[in-house]
Design a binder for this molecule. Structure first.
Ligand code: SAM
Length: 305
């Protein structure tokens, strides 16, 4: 496999000039120009020849070259059609790369993985466009595609949000989703000068190792995430008011009040004080109140979490 040639400022500038490429701010284009950071990402993603890698947003193909050199197969999804002829050039020596010109948020990821890899497990690696980090990560989790790990460059603040617990200002729906689906680990902090053009914010590489089994058992995942979203929609409100004001949940107020009491919490409790285990328990309590009450609360409470 050829040795990667991009990943340094000179070769990146040369390619950009050759194709007279202009950066599109609306696509969150900040290309990596630091080979040490690229090496760290590849090492953290733990890519071998047996792996199928899905890359989101290959840009001019900088990280794609590194991925192709390490993996069995790489499929990269890029929205900007101006980058497609550039990718054809920078990746011409790699025979294990497929470029798809699409918006990742509009793609059926399950179908892509079935077609590209026969439905076998995937490792996702990307320097993400920051304006859509959360929908991309949530879309990957909720697709229920067999994903082993997601190793991504994100805004530093978002990486922090992904791994905090209750009682901190960064704790929210994203932290809970990440902890439900995966084990987060911040691999490295990356300063703005490792990108072209330089982003205004600091960045971090985070690896999310997807759980084989979620750490809590929930009767209805979608219900739990609706409850979580409603709890954090209005941060200064109590949990009860957050849930009552949610059109998406549309629950009778007595169900909400009685369920919070059954959880063992007072009426003044706020959503940001609950752990993942408590959200799972609350959603199971609500689920049973809507769909029929189990007979023995204490027994069921234990069985449900
Ligand atoms: N991987 C390259 C690198 O590290 O140098 C580029 C990373 S750049 C931060 C993000 C890339 O995602 C850009 O190439 C951008 O055009 C692409 N992108 C933005 N929105 C996208 C979307 N909705 N679907 C697919 N690609 C997208």
């Amino acid at each position: 496999m050829p040795v990667p040639t991009l990943g340094n400022p000179q070769n990146t500038i040369e390619i950009l000039k050759k194709y007279n490429f202009s950066f599109q701010k609306k696509f969150g284009q900040n290309f990596l120009i630091d080979t040490r950071v690229l090496d760290k990402i590849i090492a953290a993603a733990d890519i071998t020849r047996d792996d199928f890698v899905l890359e989101i947003g290959p840009g001019i193909g900088t990280m794609t070259q590194y991925l192709a050199a390490a993996a069995g197969k790489v499929t990269a999804v890029e929205i900007d059609k101006a980058l497609i002829p550039i990718l054809a050039d920078t990746l011409k020596d790699y025979d294990n790369v497929n470029i798809v010109n699409q918006d990742i948020l509009k793609m059926d990821i399950q179908r892509l993985v079935d077609e590209e890899n026969g439905g076998k497990p995937v490792k996702v690696v990307a320097n993400l466009p920051y304006y859509i980090t959360t929908p991309i990560i949530m879309g990957l989790f909720e697709s229920h595609v067999p994903i082993e790990s997601i190793t991504v460059m994100v805004q530093k603040e978002v990486a922090d949000r992904m791994q905090v617990g209750p009682g901190t200002k960064d704790y929210g729906a994203l932290s809970l989703a990440v902890q439900y689906y995966a084990r987060p680990y911040i691999v490295a902090n990356v300063p703005p000068n490792c990108f072209m053009p330089r982003p205004k914010v600091g960045s971090a590489v985070i690896r999310l190792t997807v759980h084989e089994e979620p750490p809590v058992q929930v009767e209805d995942e979608r219900l739990m995430f609706r409850i979580i979203r409603a709890s954090f929609n209005q941060r200064r409100k109590t949990l009860a008011n957050g849930l009552k004001n949610s059109a998406e949940l549309n629950l009778p107020r007595e169900v909400i009040e009685e369920s919070i009491a059954e959880l063992g919490k007072g009426p003044g409790i706020r959503g940001e004080a609950l752990t993942l285990e408590e959200f799972a328990l609350l959603s199971n309590i609500i689920y049973h109140r809507i769909n029929g009450q189990p007979e023995n609360h204490e027994q069921n409470r234990e069985r449900r979490t």
